[in-house]
Design a protein around this ligand. Sequence first.
Ligand code: FES
Length: 157
Amino acid sequence: MFKLSSDGEAFVQSELKRYETKESAIIPSLYRVQKENGGWVSPDCIQYLSTLMDIPASRINEVFQFYTMFNKEPVGKFHVQVCCNVACCMAGSREMIDKLCEDYGVEEGEVTSDKRFTFTRVECLGACDKAPMMQVNETYHEGLTMDSAKKILRELK
Ligand code: FES
């Protein structure tokens, strides 16, 4: 059964006090849970948060299901999100993610056998003028080429 660290629980309690309504604390709390649960939010995480926050699980689940930044399945140590919206797509991002998946021997959304990578196609990451781009965990990489993307992934520890 999932449980936040004591720091994590203190964070959620402080978020609950910070806003006018408890529901406003759901997004930051889900982020914290995702971080402490290895990059994804499992059903027992939702139950746990529901008890901790005293908010119905169905309400937390609505927020969780709506936002794509919360992962519904386990991901690798490095979650590689490749923007495939218009500007990045025109700069070759679809071919880029296809090639990366091929090189690492996975379909989109799968975890590599060494548990290091998951590749996901996402909508605009907000740096269209620096297309194509990808996000690896919390770091953004812009103005990519196929070679620079591969190099960035090779050098991840
Ligand atoms: S289209 Fe890729 S960052 Fe906007």
